[in-house]
Design a protein around this ligand. Structure first.
Ligand code: 5GP
Length: 189
């Protein structure tokens, strides 16, 4: 997606060897128009896949999942990372190892919001080593729901997170795929 690549090049910042900081439009401040375009792009790709729900992980997956669900005309659900007294006990849970924080955390979703018979499109902001996707897929499996696709805003292809999902037969689509960071610059695939 050219608009997104342009935003990455002009507003993103490479930190160290393997982190891209995009808090200017994706991870802190949100570029709403760009996020609407992301939703349209995901909906174009996954529009004929019979998606019944869009699932993401709080917080940074929410904007793109929201615009995608809006385009597809289906509900959007986000798995929670933060313990809340509001959340019912009746939840599916999974463990995820965080790439950026270097520690494991628990994600959960109320059983009413992913159901058997659902065809779920999973959306996330980044794909690095694929741990977050693994946790979200796990929640869908527990619910007896099918995963209808995996949509990623920015994939760092050099971290090979996609490989096992391709091997397992998932349909995975990234809006921008980064081949490498070179002298602090982003090189796309
Ligand atoms: P994975 O689970 O695929 O290893 O990492 C994906 C998760 O880690 C994403 O949900 C995202 O929040 C975070 N993440 C991984 N790499 C980056 C990065 O380069 N920049 C930012 N901002 N977040 C990242």
């Amino acid at each position: 997606m050219e608009l997104l690549k342009e935003a990455i090049l002009t507003r993103g910042k490479v930190l160290g060897e393997d982190i891209l900081k995009v808090d200017t439009f994706l991870n802190h401040q949100i570029d709403c128009e760009l996020t609407i375009e992301m939703g349209k792009e995901f909906a174009k790709y996954f529009g004929d896949k019979g998606i019944t729900r869009v699932l993401t992980l709080e917080v940074s997956g929410i904007p793109a999942a929201f615009t995608t669900a809006l385009e597809l005309g289906v509900p959007m659900v986000y798995a929670k990372k933060i313990e809340s007294k509001n959340l019912s006990e009746d939840v599916y849970t999974a463990d995820v190892h965080s790439f950026t924080k270097g520690k494991a955390y628990n994600i959960r979703v109320d059983k009413r919001f992913i159901e058997k018979g659902d065809r779920v499109l999973i959306i996330d902001d980044f794909l690095a080593k694929g741990q977050a996707l693994g946790g979200l897929i796990d929640l869908c499996k527990q619910a007896g729901a099918e995963v209808g696709g995996l949509g990623i805003v920015i994939e760092k292809a050099f971290q090979n997170g996609r490989d096992r999902y391709v091997e397992e037969g998932y349909d995975i689509y990234s809006l921008a795929r980064i081949e490498k960071f070179e002298d602090g610059r982003v090189v796309f695939k």
